[in-house]
Design a protein around this ligand. Sequence first.
Ligand code: ADP
Length: 451
Amino acid sequence: MSRAISLHQLSKTYGRSVQAVDRVSIDIDPGEFLVLLGPSGCGKSTVLRMIAGLEDITSGELLLDGEYSNHLPPGQRGMAMVFQNFALYPNMTSRGNIGFPLRFEAPDEDSGPRVEATARMLGIGDILDRYPAQLSGGERQRVAMGRAISRRPSVFLMDEPLSNLDAKLRNHLRSEIAHLTRELGVTTVYVTHDQSEAMSLGDRVAIMRGGVLQQVSRPREAYGLPANVFVAAFIGTPRINLLQAVVHAPLGGPMVIDLGRQRLRLPQPLSTDHQLLRIQQGRQLVVGLRSEAVRIAPPSQAGPGEVAISGLVEHMEYQGHEALVHLNTGSVPAVVPDLESPRPAEQRRRRSAPSGGLLTRLKERTVTQLAHTLPRAEEPPTAHAGGPHDPDRPRLSASDLVVRTGPDLRLRTGAQVPLLVDLAHLYVFDHHGRRICPAPTEQPGFDMDPA
Ligand code: ADP
């Protein structure tokens, strides 16, 4: 009933120069719920549309149940698609809309029982005789899903199906989709730019950036073991703290991670992961600390694997169940390019610019250095100019570290607070943005290089 979908080095180029999807390989199991996640313009919908047969494949292979299917007509793929802009027929009731595909798929069958069973499943049995104009946004989206479900497809393809709905309804329908797709056991590929939606829905999440697959893994691994700095920054709220850093490993002395004004002294004997940092000595690195990896407490309370630093309170963000403390530790934040991707038109323009042009490269370099960004993989950093120790380096933001605390803690702006960093939850990324601590394990099927 449900299908296996394999993408092998799938690419899509629009016109001569817009590389929307670049050699994406993923094997999706029958019945699996896979989420394609990434900023807008990264190629998610294009992948989905190639699976659906709505977009020609430029190169690579699409296999359905192991069969080469690049040129299989959309109608023969057994797939149903749900879009963001759910277009219902305005002159048909919900019943008519849900039953519409059955007119062609099962013309001899009485569609009534199937429509009613589908409506019951979606909790919309009481609105079957209403027209779209008489429905709320959530009800309309349920009818659209009903239309997809009633066909009993072997694959659901969903393209941001909830993004037109308000937050409350989105959360509600999100859990219904999770429940329903698993109950039906249908392979589902779901596109979203919303990381919390991806994390809560997917059996696995495939994270894309600029047409390139960055990581495919279960949500827990994507959060806990991000393959690179882009994935680390894209997943998790509040965003992971990313600080520019340099490792010093003097002979006979303790190894330290230098964050500019403060140092993390690594405990001896070094863990295997920390030993691997030795070879990065002196290079520009990025340290990643999630807001729960740092706590406000004096050095005397440090547990094993915790090291002390301190910070000045910039401001507090009260969240009800917790508070976020924004601190200044004197470190230089690392900024990750592409997190908020440019508008499509801008991106098309950028992509169509001659890539090797001197002017383009000069412009990119200037932007990269001014914005303190991590260099892109194809542009190695120039020596240590602008590193954390460069006194001429301008500061962009006063707060460089966000720490999570209980909701009742009250701190004065400007107060100096002691901090404990949990080294077991410390990430280090190399100058290409690849995670080097904890040491990476190879993941088959995709290129870890974020270039
Ligand atoms: P996402 O779904 O991640 O927002 P898309 O797959 O829609 O991204 O688009 C990926 C890239 O391909 C974008 O840069 C977009 O501008 C470009 N693109 C999409 N469709 C076309 C098209 N028909 N012609 C030219 N470029 C396109």
